[in-house]
Every structure is written in structure tokens, then in C-alpha cells.
Design a protein around this ligand. Sequence first.
Ligand code: SME
Length: 155
Amino acid sequence: MYNLNSQNIGELPKQMEILLDKNFDIISNLSNASAIIKGFAPTLNWAGFYIMKNGELILGPFQGKPACLKIAVGKGVCGTAVKENKPLYVPNVHEFKGHIACDSESNSEMVIPLHYPNGETFGVLDLDCPFVNGFTTEMQAAFTECASIIEKAIL
Ligand code: SME
């Protein structure tokens, strides 16, 4: 059974592995994934997913305030991570040209692209923090590991 009581971010990937059910619907799994991330990383103000649909990113399961419904590839931190097909860590979003301020509380952001098994982009894991430089190296490592665990549930 997964354990949400632990506040040790290093525990998050293991708990994510236990929580996700690869044989179940991806939207249900992403909903639980966003909840467990927010539970383990209470300093985040937003944790969730944007999913590629008809060539753009649309809002998926998340925890946090209501967010923009869609983001074009190449726009914002999310769209740039998809365009460049690489994880992006932005310690100060106000210094990122084109940052999309869905929640004005956000000051740092991490976005990790997620892929289908064939390498095609499925979407992104998007994490926002109200503090400048709010992601410790432990957090970055845990979220990166989580993204590859979540990818295994994308069929
Ligand atoms: N800040 C993001 C938009 C999504 S919200 O953070 C939830 C961006 O620049 O892509």
C-alpha cells in the first residue's frame, strides 16, 4: 500500500510505482499521480499534466488552481519543453521569455516531457512552485524519476 504520510521526497518515486496501475485508464492514473506528487511536495502550488491532442497541449489531471486549457507547442515552458523534447527547469519564471502565468503565485517551474512507448510525445508533467529556485536537487531527481515511472503507464 502506498504511504502518503511520508514527507520525504526521496520516497516519492517508490510510492508512485506502488500507486500506478499500468492496466488501468491513463487519466485515472494521472489523477492519482498529481495527487501523490502534491502530497509529497507540499511547497508546490501546482502539479499536473498537459496532454497532446490535435497538435497542442490540453489541460489534464492536476492539483492546484484552475489553469489554461491549452498551450501551443513552442509556447510557455510547457510548449518549449515539448518543442525541444527535453525536461526544463526554470528557477525564475519571470526570466523565461514567453512564460505563461496561469497561477500568478508561481515563481519557479519544472516541466518534463512524457512519451508513448514508440517515442511520440504524450504530454508533459508540469510542476510549479511559489518560491524562486524552489526545486531542490532532491526534488528534481525525484520528479525526473517519477516521470519515467509514469511513462511506463502510458501505453
Ligand atoms: N506556466 C506554464 C503554463 C501552465 S501552468 O504553469 C499550470 C507554462 O509557461 O507553460
